[in-house]
Design a protein around this ligand. Structure first.
Ligand code: FMN
Length: 328
């Protein structure tokens, strides 16, 4: 089924399905596989330690696909600010035409991206932040509900409320993000006013995701009850898969209360991604994972996953809804 939406038109993609940037997951292999399957794949900018390394990753992705792909630029509280101007330069010189921004509003980089003709989709967790993104010239937003893997913000509004609220307020197109896994997610997102969906956790459990098999198996084994919110006292809330390190971290949060500082939990959160994603050391620390793990039961290729979503979405609309309406 071909589905034309404002998002497929904006990005020149076949299907309204986006793979969000993911630390130590969004390498060229995954981005290219998603884009080759007709979605929009995304390289995670900051996973590449320097702008030169990002330039190299962009070139590798271009060798693997002729289709559009994006680069994610995350602005998160980090100890040493990354070289954002350098990363932006690598994106522009690499000929990338789509950037996913996240963390805080991307005003500081907008003039450079816009001058280079780059489309910007900003990922945010509230209507007010989405409106801010619209006001500074973003082309689209990813509306990330409380269910999401990673940073859900501090408002705790799930997508059943957040998406229709976004639809009521926004003029620019938006995609749903957080808790999206299958055809039901896509049809529901479209029904609530989104023009497509963004998935994180679901795309980790694919054949092409270049992460350790243990990570994929952990997602398949997990239920919707297996995520926890960490760093809430620091107002840097992150939804992660539970494990020994996360339970230890939560004990520290409970014991220290309002006195908790980042340094107290550094062992559980800082620099743990390579050990988890590359080495498969699943108790090494806290890693982002969505509640949607409860809906993930297999490890397909990106082509199989996206193809299945589009086929089943058509069946929901034509058969399930069709039968209901015919019966009315
Ligand atoms: C392992 C992992 C790492 C992530 N890293 C980033 C990141 O570096 N930057 C970012 O903007 N979003 C990041 N995200 C969020 C995803 O791009 C996406 O918004 C989120 O996963 C959507 O929720 P879902 O997991 O329920 O699909 C990450 C998510 C996961 C699961």
């Amino acid at each position: 089924m071909a589905l034309k939406t404002r998002i497929t038109e904006l990005f020149g993609i076949e299907h309204p399905i986006i793979q969000g940037g993911m630390h130590y997951v969004g390498f060229a292999e995954l981005a290219a596989a998603v884009s080759n399957a007709g979605g929009l794949g995304t390289i995670t900018g900051l996973t590449q330690k320097t702008p030169d390394k990002l330039a190299n990753e962009i070139a590798r992705c271009k060798d693997m696909t002729d289709k559009p792909f994006a680069v994610n630029l995350t602005f998160l509280p980090t100890v040493n600010a990354p070289d954002y101007p350098g990363y932006v330069k690598a994106i522009i010189e690499g000929g990338v035409k789509i950037v996913e921004t996240a963390g805080r509003n991307p005003a500081e980089v907008m003039p450079f991206l816009k001058d280079a003709g780059i489309k910007v989709i900003h990922k945010c967790t509230s209507v007010r932040h989405a409106l801010k993104a619209q006001s500074i010239g973003c082309d689209a937003v990813s509306v990330d509900g409380f269910e999401c893997g990673g940073h859900p913000g501090e408002d705790d509004i799930p997508n059943m409320i957040l998406l229709p609220r976004a639809a009521d307020e926004l003029e620019i197109p938006f995609v749903s993000s957080g808790g999206q896994a299958d055809a039901r997610s896509l049809v529901a997102s479209l029904a609530m006013g989104a023009e497509g969906m963004n998935m994180g956790t679901r795309f980790i459990a694919t054949k092409e995701a270049p992460v350790h098999q243990n990570v994929k198996d952990a997602i398949v084994a997990a239920s919707e009850l297996d995520t926890r919110l960490v760093m809430r006292p620091l107002r840097n809330t992150e939804r992660v898969m539970t494990n020994a390190a996360v339970e230890r971290l939560l004990e520290k949060e409970k014991a220290l209360g309002a006195d908790l500082k980042f340094e107290d939990i550094i062992e559980e959160v800082a620099g743990v991604y390579p050990r988890i994603m590359m080495e498969g050391d699943m108790d090494a620390g806290a890693w982002s994972c969505g509640m949607v793990a409860g809906l993930i039961h297999d490890i397909p290729t990106c082509e199989e996953l996206i193809g299945r979503i589009m086929r089943e979405a058509e069946a929901i609309v034509t058969q399930r809804f069709g039968a209901m309406m015919g019966a009315a």
